[in-house]
Write a protein that binds this ligand. Structure first.
Ligand code: ADP
Length: 479
């Protein structure tokens, strides 16, 4: 645990270039090691094994062709092409064929050959095959001798002897050693050069982006993040540019928020103070005036409470501490209830709320939160509708969802403002103080619909009014 922590601390201080150099050196060492091992340690073994295998193959093919037409010619070709001495004896040990390619230096030909001894040895072999590596000090050569009994139809027909020189591998190994030294040196130099080039190529864009990120960290939201070179850096640059836009947006929203909250709190607080002073200094003894002033104080306190509650609710919705409590209920009946409640209050003030239901439909969502969305939209529609004071609430069932629309006949919203109205504290410039609201209503609507993952939006035409809508996914048995 302690060691790995220590190692990580050290690793953190190793630069990309050093890491790449180390990796390439390690790679070179491994490749050279493998080359050395195969070429030098295993070469001799490989050579002997393959020589024996090849000679055995030749013996098998001679055995198979024994006595066939053109047999002698076939043997001579084999002997010359493979640099192999061949001797064939018949069953009575008489020479029937011989070919020497080693100029009497072979063990089965020449003046001091070992043929008789080898023949005796072969006859003692139970499987009729003899294979030996022999070093002849006199001729100073190591050779491979292979003997085989020629059997046809279960009868011994003769004996085959092959003798081929085994080239000394030692000299080849020493040449290879020199060569491998040069190759290893070259590999190391090339490896380090590639590591330097690669580390520059990888690190330069990262260093550039890090410098830009430092500037961003110090509040420069106009920093440019340049990608280039390779895909990962491009992606990093794009992500940081996106993060920069978001941070800049949040930063300006935060500034607006502080400005708006302080403005919204200051106005009712100033009013509260002013009316309280008026009661103290002027209207204290006049019950009619005093009550009127107290009424203003109560209304302003309500406004203040509403604002504080909205701020708290919105932050809870946004940071996830309020989760929707899902229930399945009849949205048509719920809409009817809400509109009926509004009718009682608003019709006294001359507003007409029209409700066009569709077929009764079951939906699954948080009923209290969805009711809050609908009420916020109806409140806004009442606040912003035209002279005719009409507000239209409509339910439209589609195959996938239930669409709820709240329409007013007001001035409508300009194209460029539509993007902003769901932002916190956004209130149009022509917003009047008589229109009760905190500037947070639509942000709360947006936050609730977002946690439900419902689509929402607004269609508006200047001079004709606006339609605020959202879609509740239908209740299915799966949910
Ligand atoms: P508030 O109504 O308290 O100002 P909202 O978040 O509910 O805050 O609305 C934000 C802004 O969106 C409003 O100030 C107004 O400019 C605009 N808006 C909302 N609803 C409507 C509507 N039905 N018609 C026109 N403008 C609207």
């Amino acid at each position: 645990m302690q060691i790995s922590k220590h190692r990580r601390r050290i690793e953190r201080h190793i630069s990309l270039r050093a890491r790449l150099c180390l990796a390439f050196i390690l790679f070179t060492v491994i490749v050279s090691g493998l080359l050395w091992f195969f070429e030098i340690v295993l070469l001799e073994g490989f050579y002997y094994t393959s020589k024996i295998k090849d000679t055995q193959k030749i013996a098998v093919s001679i055995n198979a062709a024994y006595g066939a037409k053109g047999f002698d010619e076939y043997l001579t070709n084999l002997s010359v092409n493979n640099q192999i001495c061949i001797e064939i004896l018949d069953e009575r040990h008489r020479v029937t064929y011989e070919h020497d390619v080693m100029n009497d230096k072979c063990l089965i030909h020449g003046p001091d050959n070992y043929l008789n001894a080898l023949l005796m040895k072969l006859q003692n072999e139970s499987d009729g095959v003899l294979s030996m590596n022999l070093y002849d000090e006199y001729i100073g050569l190591e050779t491979l001798v292979l003997g085989s009994t020629i059997v046809k139809n279960g009868k011994v027909q003769g004996y085959l002897f092959l003798n081929t020189p085994l080239e000394p591998v030692g000299s080849a190994v020493s040449i290879l050693k020199d060569l491998l030294m040069v190759i290893t040196g070259l590999l190391l130099i090339i490896g380090v050069l590639i590591a330097f080039y690669l580390s520059d190529w990888l690190a330069v864009p990262i260093v550039r982006i890090t410098r830009s990120a430092h500037r961003l960290a110090h509040g420069d939201f106009n920093t440019k993040f340049e990608g280039g070179s390779y895909r990962e850096v491009d992606e990093l640059a794009r992500t940081l540019t996106y993060a920069e836009q978001q941070i800049s947006r949040v930063d300006s929203m935060q500034r607006d928020l502080i400005a708006n909250v302080s403005h919204d709190l200051r106005t009712p607080l100033t009013m509260l103070k002013a009316y309280a002073e008026m009661i103290r200094d002027l209207s204290g003894d006049n019950p009619v005036k005093r009550n009127a002033h107290l009424q203003v104080i109560i209304e302003e306190t309500d406004r203040l409470t509403m604002l504080v509650n909205d701020i708290l609710d919105l932050s809870k919705l946004e940071n996830g501490s309020i989760r929707p409590e899902m229930q399945t209920f009849d949205i048509t009946a719920r809409l009817g209830d809400i509109v009926a409640r509004y009718k009682g209050v608003s019709e006294k003030m001359g507003y007409h709320i029209h409700f066009t239901p569709d077929d009764p439909e079951q939906v699954t969502c948080d009923p209290a939160q969805i009711e809050r969305v609908i009420c916020n939209l109806i409140n806004n529609a009442i606040n912003y509708t035209g002279e005719d004071k009409n507000v239209y609430v409509r339910q439209v069932n589609t195959p996938e969802c239930v669409r709820i629309e709240v329409r007013d006949t007001g001035k409508g919203i300009e194209e460029d403002k539509i993007q902003k109205i769901f932002d916190k504290y956004y209130r149009s410039e022509n917003h009047k103080r008589e229109v009760v609201g905190t500037g947070l209503g639509l942000s709360i609507v947006k936050a609730i619909l977002k946690i439900h993952e419902f689509h929402y939006g607004v269609n508006s035409r200047l001079g004709e009014g606006s339609v605020f809508w959202f879609m509740i996914r239908r209740h299915t048995d799966k949910e």
